[in-house]
Design a protein around this ligand. Structure first.
Ligand SMILES: Cc1cc2nc3c(=O)[nH]c(=O)nc-3n(C[C@H](O)[C@H](O)[C@H](O)COP(=O)(O)OP(=O)(O)OC[C@H]3O[C@@H](n4cnc5c(N)ncnc54)[C@H](O)[C@@H]3O)c2cc1C
Length: 426
């Protein structure tokens, strides 16, 4: 007999996988087929590691703090993923603005509560003047701190919860880790677990539209070679970030939410050399924040160098990559030479490079108060939307795990209610 009781989850990032695992592990979902539909060819979404020279690099999510991300930490332990210390919590080659910055930020923090409707940059300008404010944000290395939608509250959260700049907050002592085999390995283990529990996976299925019917939803996908594929669904979980939601025929966010959403581009560039020349400068396992588009420059053991930029600098690098590899590498090397004050002709040339530009790397709800609901729903709760952007951990895997579980909890309540009603009828 054809099973017409189907739960469809769209998006195989950490949110979708966390949702599937929680649903598949509950007896309330018994009798339902659980399917995950994913646009790409792999699970993980913004968690994406690749192998270079036998070691893994994270082009997307790359580090976690057990204090800030207890659920990530727990899954990492449960799956026995190999971890190593993410050492980039102390800045070398301090920026001129770093002296006294922790004290300045601590003094201003009590004023955050009374700073209505102003951005962090305006907030700084009001208290410290334009020049000093520019210099401080340059010294913090995250250009999103300039954006009009970044409130002082969000900005303090960014400073306190990022390893490179937590030293300017009370969280200076937090430890951070990365996964030896990359975050994709963690996601792959979750995928395998879900598959063992019977979850069905459909890759290269891009959801393009939804049509609601009396007691189900018809999902239209575009498959490989753009062929149209249709699936019926009793319950649908859209484990998609706000930008992906907005590209569907769902009138998102207007008819879903009172919140508005923002996103920030990110860029990670990795360069490999035939020898770890940075060891000669005592830069091994150190990070430096620089006043040029590299912004944050990391020297990973004896393996490689990478840089990580957001907002306008991420877009800058995306444009550079379009000029071709030679020009892109030339720009990087010139900027490294300037940042470290080493003549360009004394620096070796990279032998390999990898990069990834994420046009919407971080997604978030712009309003922080009242708190965003854990899930959004439509059609009597049969269509549910969830994202790390809806949680206080937006922009982090922790938020994805919570988002997926929130959607599963919401759906399980619906299934419980339906089960009771069916039992009463019988
Ligand atoms: C450069 C970068 C660095 C980061 N660093 C860290 C870090 O160090 N630590 C950390 O914890 N987090 C980090 N993050 C954030 C973390 O990656 C995300 O918070 C998390 O991966 C979000 O998971 P998600 O499942 O909610 O969304 P996503 O990972 O975006 O997954 C959504 C999935 O939906 C799919 N999809 C989209 N549209 C459709 C459609 N129409 N039909 C079908 N499928 C669709 C996508 O292909 C994707 O697989 C980083 C992110 C980036 C980009």
């Amino acid at each position: 007999m054809l099973n017409n009781k189907v739960i469809s989850i769209v998006g195989a990032g950490i949110s979708g996988l966390s949702c599937a695992l929680k649903l598949a592990g509950s007896k309330l979902s018994k009798g339902y087929t659980i399917r995950i539909f994913e646009n790409g060819e792999r699970t993980g979404g913004r968690a994406h590691s690749i192998k270079v020279n036998d070691f893994s690099i994270d082009l997307g999510a790359g580090r976690f703090s057990p204090v800030l991300h207890p659920n990530v930490s727990k899954i990492v332990s449960e799956l026995a993923e190999k971890t190593e210390v993410f050492p980039f919590t102390k800045i070398v080659c301090p920026h001129p603005q770093h002296a006294g910055l922790k004290e300045i930020l601590a003094q201003l923090k009590p004023k955050v509560v009374s700073s209505y409707n102003e951005s962090f940059f305006q907030f700084l300008c009001n208290h410290l003047g334009d020049e000093k404010s520019h210099a401080i944000i340059n010294g913090l290395g995250y250009d999103s701190l300039y954006l009009p939608q970044i409130s002082p509250e969000i900005a303090y959260d960014i400073i306190e919860k990022h390893p490179e700049i937590q030293c300017f907050s009370e969280n200076a002592g937090y430890e951070w880790f990365n996964l030896v085999d990359g975050f994709s390995a963690l996601v792959k283990s979750l995928y395998e677990r879900a598959a063992i529990l019977g979850v069905e996976f459909y890759f290269e299925h891009q959801l393009v539209s939804l049509q609601t019917k009396s007691n189900s939803t018809l999902l239209e996908f575009s498959g490989r070679d753009q062929q149209e594929i249709w699936h019926n669904s009793s319950y649908t979980v859209l484990a998609l970030p706000p930008t992906a939601m907005a590209s569907l025929n769902l009138d998102f966010p207007a008819s879903w939410s009172n919140f508005t959403y923002g996103s920030i581009p990110l860029f990670k560039g990795f360069i490999f050399f035939d020898h770890p020349w940075w060891q000669d400068y005592n830069l091994e396992n150190k990070v430096t924040i620089v006043d040029n588009p590299l912004r944050k420059l990391y020297f990973k053991s004896d393996k490689y160098i990478f840089f990580y930029a957001d907002s306008a600098c991420a877009d800058f690098w995306y444009e550079e990559t379009k000029k071709g590899e030679a020009e892109y590498i030339n720009t990087i090397m010139n900027l490294i030479s300037m940042a470290l004050n080493i003549p360009i002709n004394e620096l070796p040339w990279p032998v390999e490079n990898k990069f990834k530009y994420w046009p919407s790397g971080v997604e978030f709800a712009i309003e922080t108060s009242p708190e965003h609901p854990p899930v959004l729903s439509k059609n009597n709760g049969t269509i549910i939307a969830t994202s790390d952007a809806y949680t206080p951990h937006c922009g982090w895997m922790e938020g994805g795990i919570l988002a997926g579980r929130n959607a599963a909890d919401y759906l399980l309540k619906q299934l419980e209610k339906t089960g009771v009603e069916e039992a009463e009828v019988n």
